[in-house]
Design a protein around this ligand. Structure first.
Ligand code: NAG
Ligand code: NAG
Ligand code: NAG
Ligand code: NAG
Ligand code: NAG
Ligand code: NAG
Ligand code: NAG
Ligand code: NAG
Ligand code: NAG
Ligand code: NAG
Ligand code: NAG
Length: 348
């Protein structure tokens, strides 16, 4: 594809008119013609060269470069949204450049817009550093990201929370240099597919107990929460406060402190202030089996004293329900006997 510098001096024959062989009058005529009008041929040749070379340099090569970029993508191997604030956060992003072409080019740094599918308004902007792009090249980005469009960012956060898999588009344009060829500008419109939190499927309270000894006024029970994170993303969320309901009856609040959701199963300590009057009433009326379907409704997500609406809103729109065996909890606290309820006596 290299546009070679064609030799420019060639085609016009510059023979003297006098050297014409006697037999070839016609040829001589042609030669004379060529000789006299050599400059026309030179111009035609130059034009032909330009017509051939220029498209190669200015059309075919940029086109091939663009096509190679079109056929490449980034696979995100890990991403972390850390140190969150209402209008910015810190992003660590590791990705691998994947390309089916043999492209091996230098890509300039560029400003990238990140957009959701079906949207041209970016939810965030990133400065992508220059890379030596070839199939398998690693790229790392570590930077402060400003949240410019809140609506788009809320939509992005919600997409991450609810989706099993979602797409993000990385858009922008920047220089590409291939070998010794001059730099060309390519456009990026990269579809990046990521796994989401899948609606926190698998969320569970795996352990729960009443604190029988002394405890602060802010909680009277503690437990363990399981939050599976099937994505490659880490989310620092801070302190989460949740209201707990059984049907429409409030049974208390619970908090998860300093939450950092990492890829894989997260087990987090839970503190809860349960309303024991409400629990007792439910236990002796509607839920004699002791299995409470508890709706956990997010009230706030606070990091360093500031609310994070982009986590609060999608979580508020998504109720989590866990089944908790309250009789088991009371048995562990040694209260089942006193209340006349335990798993071996059904009469009460
Ligand atoms: C690259 O993809 C864009 C759409 O994203 C398309 O408009 C363009 O024609 C493609 N260019 C080449 C050279 O394949
Ligand atoms: C590379 O080609 C394979 C098989 O044709 C395809 O599945 C894959 O998506 C392609 N990768 C890229 C980055 O286009
Ligand atoms: C590109 O790199 C990936 C990962 O390193 C590899 O699985 C794939 O086979 C490579 N594709 C080509 C066309 O070399
Ligand atoms: C939740 O955890 C409890 C205690 O470990 C377990 O018995 C129950 O089966 C779990 N529920 C789900 C839906 O996994
Ligand atoms: C609850 O707190 C007590 C006392 O600090 C501790 O021994 C127990 O392991 C905790 N239970 C859970 C489920 O975290
Ligand atoms: C809950 O709903 C029931 C009917 O479903 C109603 O009788 C009761 O008053 C409600 N309680 C509260 C606290 O809203
Ligand atoms: C996470 O926990 C669930 C339920 O306990 C289990 O089925 C799953 O294999 C665990 N996943 C990992 C990555 O440990
Ligand atoms: C506890 O629940 C009972 C019954 O539902 C209710 O009357 C009472 O106000 C609740 N107490 C608190 C502190 O919320
Ligand atoms: C969470 O709350 C605790 C106690 O109120 C506080 O010390 C801690 O700094 C908070 N964590 C964050 C990330 O804001
Ligand atoms: C979540 O549960 C609460 C209390 O049960 C209820 O008021 C609210 O409407 C529910 N929200 C959604 C989105 O289901
Ligand atoms: C339940 O209560 C019966 C008697 O009421 C007692 O025999 C049994 O040991 C108790 N079971 C547990 C697990 O406490």
């Amino acid at each position: 594809m290299a546009p070679e510098e064609e030799p420019q001096e060639k085609p016009a024959t510059l023979e003297e008119e006098g050297n014409v062989p006697a037999d070839g009058r016609k040829r001589a005529k042609v030669k004379r013609h060529c000789g006299r009008f050599w400059w026309i041929y030179a111009i035609v040749f130059v034009i032909v060269v330009l017509v051939v070379v220029l498209p190669v340099v200015y059309v075919a090569y940029p086109n091939m470069a663009q096509s190679a970029i079109n056929k490449s993508t980034l696979m995100v191997t890990s991403q972390s949204l850390l140190d969150p604030a209402p209008d910015h956060f810190h992003l660590d992003l590791d990705s691998v450049f994947l390309s089916n072409s043999s492209l091996h080019a230098k890509l300039d740094a560029f400003e990238a817009d990140l957009c959701l599918e079906d949207s041209d308004i970016p939810f965030a902007q990133l400065s992508i550093p220059p890379i030596d792009a070839a199939n398998g090249t690693h790229e790392s980005v570590s930077q402060e990201v400003q949240i410019k469009n809140k609506d788009q960012f809320y939509a992005y956060a919600q997409t991450q929370l609810l989706s099993e898999e979602y797409n993000v588009y990385l858009k922008g344009k920047g220089g590409l240099k291939y070998g010794k060829l001059q730099k060309t500008t390519v456009k990026y419109n990269d579809k990046i597919t990521l796994k989401g939190l899948n609606g926190l499927k698998g969320f569970n309270v795996t352990d729960f107990e009443l604190i029988m000894g002394s405890h602060p006024a802010s909680y009277n029970s503690n437990g363990t929460v399981l939050i599976p994170n099937p994505s490659v993303s880490t989310y620092e969320m801070g302190n989460m406060t949740m209201d707990m309901y059984v049907g429409n009856v409030s049974i208390g609040t619970s908090t998860l402190d300093n939450v950092v959701l990492r890829p894989g199963n997260n087990t987090l300590p839970l503190l809860a202030l349960t309303n024991q009057t409400a629990v007792g009433l439910l236990l002796f009326t509607k839920y004699k089996s002791g299995i409470f379907p508890i709706d956990i409704v997010c009230r706030s997500v606070i990091y360093n004293g500031q609310h994070l609406p982009y986590y609060e809103r999608p979580l508020q729109a998504k109720n989590l329900t866990v089944q908790l065996n309250v009789i088991e909890v009371l048995e562990k606290a040694g209260l089942a006997q006193a209340l006349g309820i335990n798993t071996t006596t059904s009469a009460r």
